[in-house]
Every structure is written in C-alpha cells, then in structure tokens.
Design a protein around this ligand. Structure first.
Ligand code: ADP
Length: 625
C-alpha cells in the first residue's frame, strides 16, 4: 500500500518532535489524554439526545495499558472516533493547529518554547515513540480504520474491524539511548504521576491497572501475614474540574496550563477570574483576560464565547450569548447544573437563565478590569493597548447603550504626560475655568501635538487628548460628555477660549477675508480670522456635523458616498505672511491670489487632507519664491 506523505509543514514539525532534545517529553501523555477527553465530550454530548449511543455519562472513560516487555503503551477512549477523512485531515496535517499558526505568526519563537508551553498535540507522541498506530472507529460509521506511521516518511491508513466507536492510540516506545530514558514511560507509577500532574482535572476517569503488594486474604490476623502482588484497575485522576476546585488549592501555573490547553492561547493571562454564584442561577465560572491579542482576533475565524458545561458535561464549545461584544476577548468556562442538558442552540439563544449569567459575568469582568486599572496600572495599560479598541467599539455600538458601563475603562494619550490617562484623571487636573475636555485627532501623537489649531488650547495650559485611532472621535461623540464636561474638538469653530486681539482685527480685515473667499470659491465654505492660531499662519477647521476624521474614514470605507466636511479656512491675521498678503490686496491682486491659494493648500496638508493638485501647488510656491 502506498504511503501518504505528511503535509510539508507537518513534516517539519514532526522532524522536530522526533529529534527533540526537549527534556519535557512527558507532556505527550497530557496531549493524548486531552484528545481522548475531547473526543469523549463530543460523543457524550450526542448521547444526551441520541439513545442509539447506548452509553451514559458514567460509561465514558479513558484506559491506559502498558506492556513493558513489548515496549507498548495504549491510550484508549470510547469517544467519537475518526473516519478515513478525519484521519487524513487531522493526523495528516498540523497546519490547522493553533501551535503551528502561533509559530508562523511569531517567527522568532524558538521550537523548544512551543513544545514546552503549548504542546503540539498528537505529534508529541513521536517524541517518545518510533511508531504510532491509531485504531479508530467513528460513531455511526460501518467500518473502522488503522492509521500507522513511523515518523516523517509518511503514514498509511487501512480498514480494520473495530466493534465500538472510539480510538486506541498505540505507542511503540523508543529504546533507551545514551542520556535518554524512555522506559520510564512504561512504568505504572510514572504514568500515574504524570496523569496527576497534568490531567487530574479531566472529567472522565483515566483508568490503569496498578500493581500493589497486598496482604493475602485470610492471613490478615496471622502473626506473619502473607503478602501477594495484586493488579487491579485504578482511577488515576481526581476528575474534579479545575473550576470546581477552591482557588486556594490551585496554583497559578495550573490555571495557566489549563488556559493554554483549552483555549489555544499562548500568552500569560493578564487576569484570572474565578467566581461562584448561588442564586436564581447557580454556577461557577473560570475566566481569563488575555494579555496578548490572539492571532486570529480580527478575523472571522475568531469565535467569541465561553465554554458552557452542565454538571461537567460540555454543552457548547463557544456560547456567544455569555459575553457581550465588547468583552469578546475573554476566554473561559461556565458550569451550571441549572442548564437543562438537552438544550439546543436555538433554545439557548432565548434562555432566560443564560441572560442572567451573562449579565452577572459582564459586571464581574468590568469590576475586575476596574480593579486592575486601580491596583495594577502597568498590566492594565498593556491590556488596554491590546484590547482598548474593542472597548471603544463597545461604547459606539448599540446606540451608545453600554457607554456608562465602559467609559471609566477608557484611556487616551494626552498632552499631560507620555502615559495614558483616564477621563476621570483628566477631569481632576482641569483648572476651574476650563469649560471643555479638549481633544484633537490625527495620525500620531507627534502629528497632533504640532497641529496649529491645538496651539491655543495648549498655550492656555489646558490638557489635550490625543486621538490617534479612527474610532476615537466616534467614541467621544457618543459619550458627548464625561462628568458634566462636554468634549470639544480643536477643529470646532468655538473653543470657548477668549483670544482678545484677533477679535478686533477680524473687523478690520473683513475685506481681506472676502478677497480670499472669492479667490477660493467653492473650495471653502468660509474664511475667518482665527481665534485659535498663535504662531502658525493658517489652519482648516470643519464646520457642521462632519469632521475631517469622519471624512477620511468614510472616503476609505464608502468612497462613493462622497461625504465631505465643510472646510473653514482660518487665517492668523497677526502672522507676517498673512499680513504680506493683506498688503498686496489692491496693489498686486494676482500675487495676493497666489498667497490665498497657498494658504488653502497648506491648511489642507496640515489637516491631513489630500490636496487637489500637488504639482500646481508646487509651481505656485515656486512662482513666488
Ligand atoms: P488539537 O487537539 O490541538 O486539535 P492534535 O494534533 O492533538 O491537535 O489533534 C488533531 C485532531 O485529531 C483533533 O482535533 C481531533 O479532531 C483528532 N483527534 C486526535 N485524537 C483523537 C481521538 N482520540 N479521538 C478522536 N479524534 C482525535
């Protein structure tokens, strides 16, 4: 029979596994048990509604057997099993696995690191075996299959009789070599130790024959009782899921392991939340706030939701209804005996109990984030850097319904310091006479801080929020105010800041302003003497409801709509260049017009808006140089 080749990416990883010098080879057992448990979860779930499965919750188990002489270890489950396609897809390629994608996204991550922290699933079997067989039958299928591979040179699949659904993974354990001990994996005590260490929380019994020496029956009361060696099956794991154990009994390391294992995560969680609620709905939850954005977070592949268990049976891998959109980064598990076991997806969506749980969880998550912000600023700022955008979308979405819940979690850069600030901290620093919370939008903090229209706010000593994300302005518009103070863009025509001298000049220069307005025609809706410019000659501000940031946003996502902000050209009548133009009016109108055009284009450039004709502009500037 022809051997099939592994997909090339898998082959690389397989080579890595086979030749691994990694010292924690023992994790292979955790990986295989975890696969067995997942497979049982699937069939157990089907059995809730399908009598044909013929198994009850208590019938599901994982069996480990060892044959020291022949150096064989078997891990058997009565889970869902695999058919031929599954075998090809699941064991023929590793490209779909989270670890592999992580490797691709993080070129610098070294190989040993991946194996150690995250495991590489099924393939880790090759760290300890020179040959692996998978003997399996899918639930509902007519025939079983046997998949065999001795490593990187490929694998074969052939039909094989198997009575019931499930999978037996047979490992042919490698011979010991110099400095390499594999025989330990054939020792009962060692296997039992590994199960306790890595797989204790698995919710199905992991059973293995254990040999003990025992007092021989009938000799208990003898002066010299006789001993005999007895072999009997024992359950190695406590089966208490990690979220059912008291927090004080679980180490951070165990919580993190679980997070990595269950959620394909690679980071150290920023926060681990445990909660136990008794009330209308009684439930326990274990939640994780990641510290890094998952690689697929902004793709369709990313699934929001929590794992939902009912008394230890996995009901749903991703129950979306348990998390609001703005906390979609949260990972975790909810377990409640109050959910009926045969809930279908449709019913769940309308489940009142589910809504109750979702509501309390949302509150809990918010409180944890608030306390992180207060007590562990660095972690929070890092978290906000990763997921802040999502919180802002949360404010804007659903017509601002969540804004009160989220506004205190927001952070912005500001002119106050290099660090992020919250809105409440901004308010605390406001001088008494300051009327508004000022903000400016732009590409970067550096670009915004140099905006001419920001100058008057900054020169007054008022703090300015720097909005560098496209969502920022929408966020502030949705909020409208914070603690009674309205938000004010530096682009708006009235900043609420008095600037005496320009007021009078405005009168004097009416004629000059009209001249510029006539020169520019439809390009601007207004030309005014600026009240906010201090040292710069010009700036462009937006009149009416549409800002330049919105114009840029819509020209990117909906160019056909042609949405444009009304341009208001502001001139600093005290600036020498502007004065030169004013002097030219009536004496050399052609030249004065050129000035007007140049001011207009400069203002566009500063606002980050495209100029209509760059080469014409360059010619214009050159012509008066
Ligand atoms: P992961 O478990 O991270 O998806 P693995 O390489 O460990 O990656 O396994 C690949 C896939 O093979 C699993 O997702 C599952 O579909 C299938 N599989 C592995 N072991 C079993 C098993 N014992 N029973 C049924 N399916 C299995």
């Amino acid at each position: 029979m022809a051997k099939k080749q592994f997909k090339s990416e898998s082959k690389r990883l397989l080579d890595l596994m086979i030749n691994s010098i990694y010292t924690h080879k023992e994790i292979f057992l955790r990986e295989l048990i975890s696969n067995a448990s997942d497979a049982i979860d699937k069939l157990c779930f089907i059995s809730l509604t399908d009598d044909k499965v013929g198994l009850n919750r208590e019938d599901f188990k994982i069996n480990i057997t060892v044959d020291k002489e022949n150096r064989v270890m078997k891990i058997e489950d009565n889970g869902i099993g695999m058919d031929k396609e599954d075998l090809d897809k699941n064991l023929g390629t590793i490209a779909s696995s989270g670890s592999y994608r992580f490797k691709q996204e993080n070129e610098q991550a070294d190989d040993v690191d991946i194996i150690g922290q995250f495991g590489v699933g099924f393939y880790s079997a090759f760290m300890v075996s020179d040959k692996v067989e998978v003997y399996t039958k899918k639930y509902g299928a007519d025939t079983g299959y046997k998949w065999t591979s001795s490593g990187a040179d490929g694998y074969t699949i052939k039909e094989a009789d198997k009575d019931s659904a499930g999978t037996i993974v047979t490992l042919h354990i490698k011979e010991d070599a110099e400095n390499e001990n594999y025989s330990e994996f054939l020792e009962q005590y060692r296997i039992s130790e590994l199960v306790k260490k890595y797989s204790d929380y698995i919710r199905y019994p992991i059973i293995m024959d254990m040999t003990h020496s025992k007092v021989k029956e009938g000799t208990e009361n003898d002066e010299k009782p006789e001993y005999e060696s007895v072999t009997e099956p024992e359950t190695l794991n406590s089966m208490i899921p990690i979220w059912q154990r008291p927090k004080k009994d679980v180490s951070d390391e165990e919580y993190e392991k679980f997070y990595h294992d269950k959620f394909m995560a690679f980071d150290k969680p920023a926060k681990i939340i445990t909660t136990s609620v008794e009330g209308v709905v009684t439930y326990k939850a274990l939640l994780y706030i990641p510290s890094k954005t998952p690689f697929d977070f902004y793709t369709k592949e990313y699934k929001k939701g929590l794992q939902l268990y009912s008394s230890g049976v996995l009901i749903m891998e991703n129950c979306e209804e348990l998390l609001p959109e703005h906390f979609r980064f949260v990972k975790g598990v909810v377990d409640s005996q109050d959910f009926s076991l045969n809930i279908s997806r449709e019913v769940l969506q309308h489940d009142h109990q589910l809504k109750t749980v979702a509501k309390t969880l949302e509150k809990k998550i918010k409180n944890e984030l608030t306390s992180m912000l207060k007590k562990d600023r660095e972690t929070y700022e890092n978290f906000f850097g990763e997921f802040g955008r999502g919180l802002k979308y949360g404010i804007v979405s659903d017509y601002g319904m969540h804004k009160d819940a989220l506004k205190d979690l927001l952070m912005f850069y500001s002119s106050n310091s290099e660090n992020l600030t919250t809105l409440s901290e901004y308010i605390d620093r406001m001088p008494e006479e300051q009327k508004y919370i000022y903000f400016a939008t732009g590409e970067s903090v550096a670009a915004i801080s140099k905006l001419p229209q920001a100058e008057v706010v900054l020169s007054k000593g008022y703090e300015l929020l720097y909005c560098t994300q496209d969502i920022d302005e929408f966020t502030l518009q949705t909020l409208a105010e914070y603690n009674g103070k309205q938000f004010k863009s530096v682009d708006s025509d009235d900043l609420g800041i008095e600037s005496e001298q320009t007021e009078d000049n405005a009168e004097e220069n009416t004629e000059a302003l009209k001249f510029v307005r006539d020169t520019l025609g439809d390009k601007v809706s207004e030309v005014i003497a600026s009240k906010k410019l201090v040292s710069h000659p010009v700036c462009m501000t937006a009149k009416g409801g549409i800002s330049f940031e919105m114009e840029k946003y819509f020209s990117a996502v909906q160019p056909e709509a042609g949405m444009k902000a009304q341009r208001c050209l502001e001139l600093n009548m005290n600036h020498s260049a502007v004065k030169t133009m004013v002097d030219l009016i009536g004496k050399d109108d052609e030249k004065a017009k050129k000035y007007a055009e140049i001011f207009y284009n400069q203002a566009l450039l500063i606002a980050g808006l495209p100029i209509e004709n760059p080469s014409e502009y360059a010619d214009l500037v050159s012509s008066i140089m």
